[in-house]
Write a protein that binds this ligand. Structure first.
Ligand SMILES: [Zn+2]
Length: 269
């Protein structure tokens, strides 16, 4: 037989015991004048058990005695419990006081569930807004009314867009295949330099730390594997104990010194 001592103030439950008529021992106990509690008693109970009736051991106000009575728990809510079998005694779900400093797991899980519902609602609203914006975009592209865009139209639009991109990529690949190695290299240098120039212009705006770009020749710091040269389209790595050129401002791009002159060879500069 196990005891589960519970501080009644902690749970705010009142236990009311009623004599169980089916057990001879109960009647004997009542007739013998053993202390019983009235059904509307507010006397807190300190032990909750779900063992068979014949084995109930109850502790009232610190005193223990054997009893064959059913335990009724009177919750401080509107819920009314009828006489229940020991298995129905809601030991696991006592109603807790709102101002109880103890963590109330039931209320917390309810709050969590509420939060989740709210979160799902917000996510659904966001999804609808995104869909609306997307459909407006499609309608503008197709020069038609937004109400005519349904999910079928969305799919058709995406398919056409994908086809267009694939066609463009194929055409570009074919064009590149027609170039010599040197022509390809020159093209890559131009593209990388344009990229770097765009980056620098972005960072040389109103909030730049310097009013001009700085190119700093530095020793590359120690690292296990070096770092990728950040010139667009360059795949080489800058290894430790070598030199690098840091471009500042900008997002502090670090380039191989050999890539630096190439990065400046932008058309018309
Ligand atoms: Zn490079």
């Amino acid at each position: 037989m196990e005891h589960c001592p519970v501080d009644p103030r902690k749970y705010g439950v009142n236990i009311v015991r009623e004599p169980q008529q089916t057990f001879e021992g109960d009647r004997n106990a009542i007739e013998a004048g053993q202390p019983t509690l009235p059904t509307n008693s507010r006397t807190p109970f300190s032990v909750l058990q779900t063992s068979p009736p014949s084995q109930h051991q109850c502790e009232v106000e610190g005193s223990a005695h054997e009893s064959n009575e059913n335990i009724l728990i009177e919750l401080p809510s509107t819920r009314q419990l009828s006489q229940s079998s020991p298995a129905d005694v809601p030991v696991a779900s006592p109603v807790l006081m709102a101002n109880d400093p103890q963590v109330n797991t039931t209320n917390i899980s309810e709050r969590e569930a509420q939060k989740k519902i709210q979160k799902d609602k917000r996510a659904e609203l966001q999804r609808k807004k995104r869909q609306q914006r997307w459909r407006e975009h499609i309608a503008r592209e197709l020069r038609c009314d937004v109400t005519s865009i349904d999910s079928d139209e969305e799919r058709k639009y995406m398919r056409r867009r994908l086809e267009r991109v694939t066609t463009e990529e194929n055409a570009e690949r074919e064009r590149r295949q027609g170039l010599s190695l040197e022509e390809k290299r020159q093209e890559d240098i131009q593209a990388s330099a344009q990229h770097l120039k765009r980056d620098m212009e972005t960072y040389l705006g109103q909030y730049a730390r310097l009013p001009y770009p700085a190119f700093l020749l530095q020793e590359t710091p120690q690292s296990r594997n070096g770092a990728k040269c950040q010139l667009h389209l360059c795949e080489k790595r800058i290894m430790p104990d070598d030199y690098r050129i840091a471009v500042d401002p900008g997002d502090r791009q670090e380039l191989l010194p050999s890539c630096f002159p190439e990065s400046l060879r932008v058309s018309g500069h």
